[in-house]
Design a protein around this ligand. Structure first.
Ligand code: SF4
Length: 341
């Protein structure tokens, strides 16, 4: 397979004012790759770091440590500036400056579609200006006419009319606003799009329209998606592979069919048991697993396996050792000590 995006040991910590230590450990040591033309779904409870991971890959947040390779080019690399002592306390250490590529050309290739279309569109700009702005930043139009034609073409591509170009975002429904957000992302001919819960703020009746449109665009334009959702039932139909995150870490990653049929990590099993099944017979047979306790704070995450405070199978080892994220079956990666035998 042709890998388009690869991240290695990616970390993103958000420092907290007045507090020593790394702060909020939102993304912890994640290594994944995304193939060209693929949709990688990303699921997990809210606050598990999915959005931060997507934004850190795009470098909308500067990574704390790790490596990001885009289409064979290393665009970010930095050693870990935090070291753990024998008591598990983290201390800052001096590391060489990050190696960073100039991002402007990559900003064109890597785009994002936001969760809340109404908040991500500037209310003072018309829809035409919003789409045109993306074209201007990357100097993609040779003339004014070229620019106008391209805006019309893009609006048509997402199912809006040419007359819509002169209207403001508040004049549109949520679904139409999201179409504008998609047109803005498409304007620059991207290759890779982070779809950050693009349908969760929309009415159920229009969610499938937007998903179908994204799928059609992928076919036509060969796009690669990182598709973030908090709900497995959304991503499992559109993703080629699915990654499951828990409290900043990637706990499992496998082909969509395989993950649905045979989840190996206890947390994925819990998520899957919560997905409604239309067949009442299957639904009766399936044991709904309900997790005890709340999701711990990413500012002070549990030691060892971060899931150990809620895992029904936790062993002593789980409190001390971080399980390695390993490929146990072909293409099926899991981080859990239960599989290490
Ligand atoms: Fe549960 Fe231990 Fe596996 Fe973590 S490593 S998921 S605590 S069994």
């Amino acid at each position: 397979n042709d890998v388009l995006v690869q991240v290695e040991h990616l970390k993103k910590y958000f420092p907290v004012k007045g507090l020593k230590g790394p702060g909020v450990q939102a993304v912890e040591d994640i290594s994944i790759f995304i193939n060209r033309g693929e949709t990688l779904g990303l699921v997990g409870e809210s606050g598990c770091g999915k959005t931060t991971l997507g934004r850190t890959i795009l470098q909308l947040h500067e990574p704390t440590a790790g490596k990001i390779v885009y289409d064979g080019e290393t665009i970010f690399e930095r050693q870990n500036p935090w070291k753990r002592d024998e008591n598990g306390i983290m201390h800052p250490v001096k590391v060489p400056r990050a190696k960073q590529a100039k991002m402007l050309p990559y900003r064109r290739k890597m785009q994002i579609i936001f969760q809340d279309p109404s908040a991500s569109l500037d209310p003072r700009m018309t829809v035409g200006e919003i789409v045109g702005e993306a074209l201007d930043i990357h100097k993609l139009c040779a003339s004014k006419k070229d620019r106008t034609d391209r805006i019309k073409e893009l609006l048509g591509r997402v199912g809006l009319n040419t007359e819509h170009a002169n209207r403001y975002p508040h004049e549109f429904s949520g679904g139409q606003q999201q179409r504008v957000g998609i047109a803005r992302a498409l304007a620059v001919n991207p290759e890779f799009i982070v779809c950050d819960e693009p349908i969760s703020a929309l009415d159920v009746s229009i969610q499938s329209q937007v998903v179908n449109m994204l799928e059609d665009m992928q076919q036509e334009m060969g796009l690669t998606y990182l598709f973030i959702a908090h709900d497995l039932s959304v991503v499992r139909h559109i993703s080629h592979r699915i990654g499951v995150m828990y409290l900043g870490t990637m706990v499992e990653l496998a082909e969509s069919f395989e993950l649905n049929r045979h989840p190996l990590h206890p947390y994925s099993q819990t998520l899957l048991s919560a997905v409604p099944v239309p067949d009442p017979e299957v639904s009766r047979r399936r044991n709904r697993i309900v997790l005890e306790g709340d999701i711990p704070s990413p500012m002070n995450p549990p030691s060892g396996c971060r899931f150990h405070t809620r895992c029904p199978y936790a062993m002593d080892k789980c409190k001390e050792c971080v399980p390695e994220f390993k490929e146990y079956e072909k293409g099926h990666w899991v981080a859990c000590h239960l599989l290490e035998k």
